[in-house]
Design a binder for this molecule. Structure first.
Ligand code: SF4
Length: 476
C-alpha cells in the first residue's frame, strides 16, 4: 500500500513540521544548511525517507524507532497505517473483543461500553450529511448492531471536567499569594500538549498544569467505577472504548496513572479515532445514514437522554469560557453573559479580559497549535506571562481539527472544518452544574464536592520525562 506521505515535501523551516495532523517529526534527520532555508525530503512508497542533496542526488535518512516513550504526540507517525505502533488501541482490538464475546462461556463475556466524543460525532455528521442528534442515535444503533452493550457520550463526563476546572482555578487564584506557581493555570485536557510539556519542559511546566482529568479520563472513572458498581461487575469485566478526534488520546489512555493495579485494567481500554469508526462502518458494509436510529443510553438510571447535549465555548470543550464566567462571578461578583475574544498574533492565540474599576482583574488566553504553545512557554520562562488561565490545545483550530478526524477528498480542509464546527454548535448547550444527574453523582458516587474520592477519581498528576539524547535536531 502506498504511504499517504508519498511525494516531496519542502520545508522552509523545521517548525513547519511540528504539530498534529502533520508528518511525524521523529523519523528523520534534516540537514538545514545555513542560508538555504529549504530542505527537500523525498518519501518513497515504502515509507523510506531521502533527502534531496544540493547536487540533485538523494541520501537515505536515518529512520528512528518510535516507542510511546519517544513520541511527542504530533500525530504524524500514527496517521500512517504502516506505522501504527499502539497495537492495543485500534478498531481491530475492539472487533477481537466483540468476536471473543460471541464464543465465550456465560460469565466470561466482557460488557462492552463505547463512549463517543462530541467532536467525533460532528465529524461523522458532516461525512454522512446528518444532524448531530440523528448521528448520535444512528451511531448507537451501529455499535449495538455489532455487539456493543452501552453507548455513552463524553459530553456527560465533560461536565465534571469543567466543574472541577472552575473550582481548581478559584482555589489557585485565591492562593496565589502563597505560591509563585499557582498561576497561570494551564488547561490539561489535551494529551498532545501534556506530552510536550512533560517531555520538553517537565519540572518547569508541571506545577502550572491543571490537575483535572480530561473528559475521556473522567469517563474512564465513571465507567470503571460508578457504572461497574451499578452493574455489579468488577472493572476488569468491562471493556471500555472511547471514540476520539485524535491519536494522542490513545497515549493518554495508556498512561500508568489510569491503570488499576488491583484489577489489572485501564480506565479506558481502547481508543479509536473517528476515522477508525468510519473504517469499521466500511468493513461492516454499513452506511450510517441508512441505519434506523436507536435510543441514547444514559449513565444515570434516573436520567433519560433524548438528545445529545454540549457546552458553550467552542469545539475544544469550552474550558476558557466556563472557568472565566465562573471566576468572574465567584471572585468579583460580575456576571458575564458573552465572552469577547481578542485575537493576538493569529486566530489561534486569543485573549479575554475582565475589568473592574478600570483595572484588569482577570486575563485569560486560548493558545492552539504548537507555534502558539512555544510562544506561551517562552513568555512563561521569561517571567512575562500576563495570564491567569490559558486553554492550551495542540491542534491548530482545536479538537474539531484533530488528526483522527475524517478528511473529505473533494472538500478543502477549511470548508470541511467550518461544516464540522457548524454541526458541533447545533447541539443544545447546558451549564455543567445544571446537567441532569451531575449533582446526584457528586453526592452519591463522589461523596461530595472536594472530597478525597472526587480528588482521586477526577484529578491526576504529571511526571517530568528525562530528555532522551537525540541527534534528530528537533527544535522546540
Ligand atoms: Fe487531541 Fe484536541 Fe489535543 Fe488535538 S487539541 S491533540 S484533538 S485533544
Amino acid at each position: 500500500m502506498a504511504s499517504p506521505f508519498s511525494g516531496v515535501l519542502q520545508l522552509t523551516d523545521l517548525d513547519d513540521f511540528i504539530g498534529p495532523s502533520q508528518d511525524c517529526i521523529k523519523p528523520m534527520k534534516v540537514d538545514k544548511r545555513s542560508g538555504s532555508g529549504v530542505a527537500k525530503i523525498h518519501i518513497e512508497d515504502d515509507g523510506s525517507y531521502f533527502q534531496v542533496t544540493q547536487d540533485g542526488g538523494t541520501r537515505k535518512l536515518e529512520k528512528a524507532k518510535i516507542s510511546l516513550d519517544d513520541c511527542l504526540a504530533c500525530s504524524g507517525c500514527v496517521t500512517s497505517a504502516e506505522t501504527v505502533l499502539i497495537t492495543q488501541q485500534s478498531h481491530e482490538e475492539l472487533r477481537k473483543v466483540i468476536d471473543a464475546n460471541k464464543t465465550a462461556a456465560p460469565g466470561q463475556q466482557k460488557l462492552v461500553v463505547v463512549s463517543v466524543s462530541p467532536q467525533s460525532r460532528a465529524s461523522l455528521a458532516a461525512q454522512f450529511g446528518l444532524n448531530p442528534t440523528d448521528t448520535a442515535r444512528k451511531l448507537t444503533a451501529f455499535f449495538k448492531k455489532i455487539g456493543v452493550h452501552y453507548v455513552f457520550d463524553t459530553s456527560f463526563s465533560r461536565n465534571f471536567s469543567l466543574l472541577e476546572s472552575q473550582r481548581e482555578f478559584v482555589q489557585r487564584f485565591r492562593g496565589q499569594a502563597g505560591s509563585q506557581q499557582a498561576l497561570p493555570v494551564l488547561a490539561s485536557a489535551c494529551p498532545g500538549w501534556i506530552c510536550y510539556a512533560e517531555k520538553t519542559h517537565g519540572s518547569f511546566l508541571i506545577p502550572y498544569l491543571s490537575t483535572v482529568r480530561s473528559p475521556q479520563q473522567v469517563m474512564g472513572s465513571l465507567v470503571k467505577d460508578f457504572f461497574a458498581q451499578q452493574q455489579h461487575l468488577t472493572p476488569d469485566s468491562i471493556y471500555h472504548v472511547t471514540v476520539m478526534p485524535c491519536y494522542d488520546k490513545k497515549l493518554e489512555a495508556s498512561r500508568p496513572d489510569f491503570f488499576s493495579q488491583d484489577y489489572q485494567t485501564r480506565d479506558v481500554d481502547c481508543v479509536v479515532t473517528t476515522g477508525e469508526v468510519f473504517k469499521l462502518l466500511e468493513e461492516e458494509g454499513i452506511s450510517l445514514s441508512e441505519l434506523e436510529p436507536a435510543p441514547l443510553d444514559s449513565l444515570c438510571s434516573s436520567v433519560s437522554a433524548q438528545e445529545p447535549s454540549s457546552h458553550r465555548g467552542g469545539g475544544s470543550g469550552g474550558y476558557l469560557e466556563h472557568v472565566f464566567q465562573h471566576a468572574a462571578r465567584e471572585l468579583f461578583g460580575i456576571h458575564v453573559d458573552e465572552i469577547t475574544y481578542r485575537p493576538l498574533r493569529n486566530k489561534d492565540f486569543q485573549e479575554v479580559t475582565l475589568e473592574k474599576e478600570g483595572q484588569i482583574v482577570l486575563h485569560f488566553a486560548a493558545a492552539y497549535g504548537f507555534r502558539n504553545i512555544q510562544n506561551l512557554v517562552q513568555k512563561l520562562k521569561r517571567g512575562r506571562c500576563p495570564y491567569h488561565y490559558v486553554e492550551v490545545m495542540a491542534c491548530p483550530a482545536g479538537c474539531l481539527n484533530g488528526g483522527g478526524q475524517l478528511k473529505a477528498p473533494n472538500t478543502p480542509g477549511k470548508e470541511l472544518l467550518q461544516r464540522v464546527e457548524t454541526l458541533y454548535s447545533m447541539v443544545r448547550t447546558e451549564a455543567p452544574e445544571d446537567a441532569p444527574g451531575i449533582q446526584e453523582l457528586y453526592r452519591c458516587w463522589l461523596q461530595g464536592e472536594g472530597s478525597e474520592r472526587a480528588g482521586r477519581l477526577l484529578h491526576t498528576s504529571y511526571h517530568a520525562v528525562e530528555k532522551a539524547s537525540s541527534s534528530l535536531g528537533i527544535r522546540w
